[in-house]
Write a protein that binds this ligand. Structure first.
Ligand SMILES: NC(=O)c1ccc[n+]([C@@H]2O[C@H](COP(=O)([O-])OP(=O)(O)OC[C@H]3O[C@@H](n4cnc5c(N)ncnc54)[C@H](O)[C@@H]3O)[C@@H](O)[C@H]2O)c1
Ligand SMILES: [Zn+2]
Length: 427
């Protein structure tokens, strides 16, 4: 390694440890070593941009090409989004005379891997971009945004990119944080980077074509934020969850519009409030990890049966029961939480929970990930969280057994409701 003389300004040489301020380096003569410290300010924007592909909007055209040059964009597009929205996306770029390449990727959890990332990078390299003026654009769900985020962070050691989330998980979660990643060796997001998009543009109209199950999937991550830090958000879900599912956040009635807008805003606000002071996850006690202790292992084992949010919901149901058994959540609130999960059409149970070795392996893997401690977020009432490090296998298995009974009771109650509705001619 060579160090130019101008970079040696901080060298004092004779002291045992010549510490300099942030941004300079420290030299220790005693052990003949240099320590480099630098900080890099990070800023990125998450912008509500309904009607993003209206011809009058210019969010995706900035910055423009160099003087006298056409604006160029490399656009990675989810294959399903292409089928449903591709024509208006093409019309937009054609109208604005943009030179663009559409890299269409069939994206789902089973192809969230390094091969797909490499494919994107190959096409990106063939197109070639000017890093200052031609940010990569990704239009898709959490899977594609995670893949393209990883590709962008690797390409030329970091290339700016813009996210346009098209699923609910994308809008409120995957599209707003700093993490990228792909699955590797059977492990969820095992390869990844911290590399936020410069800009995320939120257009709820994409959700109109999402199927009902994927709306529920996103509602699970919203419920997570509600349970750990926002009781008002919980009440909105409790009162209007089915309306949000029915209307797919499109605000078909006036109340639906108000609720959809507030739910999305509160979810993103809560998420960013937690992320900003801990963007690089130096603090391992993260309440946004709620629901993500057992779920990564359960999700990967169940693949493709369980969606991400569904696995998170099962984890939240289990940890709600654990919290109740510890006296952190009372019975009324525990039952409210489980009822909201059911009203959002989310699972609270999976047969995989009957495999104790799977759950203990999941906990072990999480402990490894959290530097040797469980740091398990548990709800404290509704709207607050605490962290514990002393969950035992016995306690876990007892909670699983209790959740199994509760889930059975809920399923029976649901079946009875359905039967009554049928008798009353409502189904
Ligand atoms: N980076 C993060 O911080 C973060 C946070 C949460 C989740 N995630 C990741 O996100 C992924 C889950 O995201 P997801 O639920 O969006 O899954 P996804 O990207 O697989 O999308 C779900 C399905 O919907 C389709 N689709 C996308 N947009 C559509 C539209 N507008 N209309 C119709 N169909 C559409 C996709 O083709 C796919 O089949 C997981 O891999 C998870 O790990 C990442
Ligand atoms: Zn998640």
């Amino acid at each position: 390694m060579s160090v130019s003389s101008s970079e040696l300004v901080g060298l004092t040489g004779d002291s045992a440890q010549a510490l300099s301020g942030p941004g300079l380096y420290a030299y220790s003569e005693r052990i003949d070593s240099w320590t480099v410290r630098a900080t890099k300010p990070v800023s990125y924007e998450v912008r509500v941009a309904d009607g993003l592909f209206d011809l009058t909007r210019t969010d995706l055209l900035e910055p423009a090409g160099a003087p006298g040059q056409r604006t160029r964009r490399f656009v990675v597009l989810d294959a399903n989004v292409d089928l449903l929205h591709g024509s208006r996306i093409r019309a937009y770029f054609d109208y604005h005379d943009v030179e663009y390449h559409l890299c269409v990727v069939p994206a789902n959890e089973t192809v969230k891997d390094f091969d797909t990332t490499a494919r994107v990078v190959r096409e990106l390299d063939a197109f070639g971009i000017d890093r200052r003026r031609e940010p990569v654009i990704v239009i898709g769900g959490g899977v594609l945004m995670d893949i393209v985020g990883l590709a962008s962070s690797l390409y030329r050691r970091g290339t700016p990119f813009i996210r346009v989330p098209t699923t609910l998980i994308g809008l409120v979660d995957a599209g707003v944080g700093a993490k990228t990643g792909v699955n590797f060796n059977g492990h969820k997001n095992r390869l990844g980077t911290y590399f936020p998009a410069d800009l995320t543009l939120l257009d709820r109209s994409f959700l109109s074509t999402i199927d009902r199950r994927h709306i529920g999937n996103g509602l699970a991550e919203i419920l997570k934020i509600a349970l750990i830090k926002d009781v008002r958000l919980f009440r909105l879900l409790e009162e209007h969850g089915p309306l949000l599912l029915d209307e797919k956040f499109q605000g078909e009635c006036e109340q639906g519009e108000d609720v959809a807008r507030e739910v999305v805003r509160r979810a993103i606000h809560g998420m960013l409030e937690e992320l900003q002071p801990n963007l690089w996850e130096t603090t391992l006690e993260r309440c946004v990890d709620y629901g993500h202790t057992f779920s990564p292992t359960v999700e990967m084992r169940a693949l493709p049966e369980l969606l991400h949010g569904e696995a998170v919901c099962i984890d939240m149901a289990l940890t709600t029961v654990i919290a109740h058994r510890r006296g952190l959540v009372d019975t009324v609130d525990r039952d409210r939480v489980l009822a909201v999960m059911r009203s959002l059409e989310l699972p609270v149970w999976d047969e995989l929970l009957n495999q104790p070795e799977l759950l203990t392996a999941a906990l072990l893997d999480t402990v490894r990930h959290r530097d040797g401690l469980q740091r398990l977020p548990l709800p404290h009432g509704i709207g607050e969280a605490v962290f514990v490090n002393d969950l035992t296998e016995r306690e876990l298995l007892d909670a699983v057994a209790e959740l199994g009974d509760l889930a059975q009771g809920l399923a029976q109650g649901l079946a009875q409701d359905l039967a009554q509705d049928r008798e009353g001619g409502r189904v």
